[in-house]
Write a protein that binds this ligand. Structure first.
Ligand code: ADP
Ligand code: MG
Length: 292
């Protein structure tokens, strides 16, 4: 590529809200064959809502929600926000939690009114030796429908399955179609439940899914997606995404993301959705075509 065509390309990109922080990113994008995308906050709004609450025998919805929300007040995860909001909507008074612990990629734990409360993914229950019984099947059904099932336990006994649903951004389906139109394969990387992720991927026509990835596992998940010769781009927004943004051939941070993600990226989008990714690829292909 000639310096002039690169300058024209990056200038045109900037006008469209796509900022190239590294000069060679324009060329790297043109050689890219796979775009891996973080799910939460990138494909979806990142603002889940509580949609289902199924309690075990002997428990009431309000009692479980009160205990679980008391724990989640301390967590900053979007799932926690959804649960606390649901409890507030019901006008529940939340007791003070003690000994709060976040188990990254699994869920959270605290003591509330002398009871040990656990809330998180099915793998948290397995890890802590909680039998999920019939609620396991209910959770599996929720996941098949694209909802994220979370399990709550009180003193080591299963108490409820709670589903949250994170709406897909309205611009996501068209953006994925456009990426396919540009000849790219699209992959999703997420810490979410595998069945939930597969359901969402199927709705969107996403080509590959890597799910139940622990935060420190995103970089190795990217290695698995590297295909014969082509370059790999990664799109993300969170603090968790910074190592993957740095490790990808082209790291693309969405502008609504965290500063740490933006600093690790080669390309920064002003917009908070995938439309900017389409523009970035489009501009790189045009720029590189012009010089031939
Ligand atoms: P992601 O960014 O994809 O949500 P995380 O590693 O943050 O990945 O979370 C992975 C999974 O761990 C979540 O899908 C959820 O099942 C569980 N989890 C994490 N934090 C919480 C929390 N505060 N409350 C309940 N579950 C949680
Ligand atoms: Mg995210």
């Amino acid at each position: 590529a000639t310096p002039t065509s690169i300058m024209v390309g990056t200038g045109r990109a900037a006008e469209m809200g796509v900022l190239f922080r590294k000069g060679d990113a324009l060329q790297m994008l043109q050689e890219t064959t796979v775009v891996a995308v973080d799910k939460t906050g990138t494909l979806t709004e990142g603002r889940p809502e509580l949609t289902d609450l199924i309690v075990a025998e002997g428990m009431t919805e309000d009692e479980v929600l009160r205990l679980v929300a008391a724990v989640e007040v301390t967590s900053e995860h979007p799932i926690a926000t959804a649960i606390v909001r649901a409890a507030e909507t019901r006008g529940l008074e939340l007791p003070e939690p003690e000994d709060f612990a976040s188990i990254t990629g699994y869920g959270v734990r605290a003591s509330v009114e002398g009871h040990t409360i656990l809330i998180g993914a099915d793998r948290l229950m397995s890890r802590e030796g909680v039998e999920m019984g019939a609620l396991s099947d209910r959770g599996a059904e929720l996941a098949i429908n694209g909802k994220t099932p979370l399990y709550a336990a009180v003193d080591g006994v299963i108490a409820a399955v709670i589903a949250v649903t994170d709406p897909i951004k309205t611009t996501t389906p068209d953006a994925i179609e456009a990426l396919h139109g540009l000849g790219l394969k699209v992959a999703m990387i997420t810490g979410d439940n595998a069945a939930t992720a597969k359901s969402i991927a199927a709705q969107l026509g996403i080509d590959h899914v890597v799910a139940e990835v622990l935060p420190e596992g995103k970089v190795s998940a990217l290695q698995d997606l590297r295909s014969n010769g082509g370059k790999l781009a990664f799109v993300g927004d969170g603090i968790n995404d910074a190592p993957a943004l740095a490790a990808a051939d082209v790291g693309i941070a969405i502008g609504t993301g965290t500063d740490i993600a933006i600093e690790a990226a080669d390309v920064v989008l002003m917009s908070g959705d995938l439309t900017g990714v389409v523009n970035a690829f489009d501009i790189s292909q045009r720029t590189m075509r012009n010089i031939r």
